[in-house]
Ligand binder design. Sequence first.
Ligand SMILES: CC(C)(COP(=O)(O)OP(=O)(O)OC[C@H]1O[C@@H](n2cnc3c(N)ncnc32)[C@H](O)[C@@H]1OP(=O)(O)O)[C@@H](O)C(=O)NCCC(=O)NCCS
Length: 189
Amino acid sequence: MNKTGTRKIETERLILRRFVIEDADDMFNGWCNDPEVSKYLTWPPHGSVEVTKSLLNAWIPEYEKGDYFNWVMELKETGKIIGNISVVRVREDIGEALIGYCMTREYWGNGYMPEALKAVIDYLFDVADMNRVCATHDVNNPKSGRVMQKAGMKYEGTLRQSGLNMQGICDSVCYSVIRSDREKQPEIS
Ligand SMILES: CC(C)(COP(=O)(O)OP(=O)(O)OC[C@H]1O[C@@H](n2cnc3c(N)ncnc32)[C@H](O)[C@@H]1OP(=O)(O)O)[C@@H](O)C(=O)NCCC(=O)NCCS
């Protein structure tokens, strides 16, 4: 892999950029304090903007590292921030990135996350030189699976009781793209 870290990415409707501390209020009011958003995630709603600020204070220095990939999604049209997409685990030995994402509820259903995920997958292969990009979701959260499908990821299987989130232990549905998929099929639809 190339240790490129988090660089700005532009898509048709979005700018994916690094978080800054000034994002705390919008992040808290948008997605960090909504139990519907965190239902299938590993963390509870923040409860107070101070929690969001301390998270950002932990994240921002990590941007110095070349293997840290964490973007805030900003809507080009309004400049509003609407969600987060990041690499939650890197395995450098096999060039693997595991992706996670979440978004403010009022923006769901507009295809924003598939648009962001496609762009992040391109970045991780073309700029960061990964060999495998993967993501998993709780079997009871199929809308996240739709995002993975729309971004061109392939279903790999379901691992029984291998996930843990705010609902407890869950079956985990696994998707991936590997470099050779892209060589065979450069235009992912
Ligand atoms: C999963 C998530 C990122 C989807 O992002 P998105 O930009 O809304 O994605 P899409 O617009 O492509 O919609 C995906 C699916 O969500 C469902 N959906 C769409 N609008 C919805 C709405 N208003 N409310 C609930 N579900 C909706 C649909 O099933 C849709 O699939 P379809 O296009 O085949 O009908 C978003 O729902 C979210 O942030 N959820 C909470 C966090 C989360 O679960 N993260 C993933 C953990 S693995």
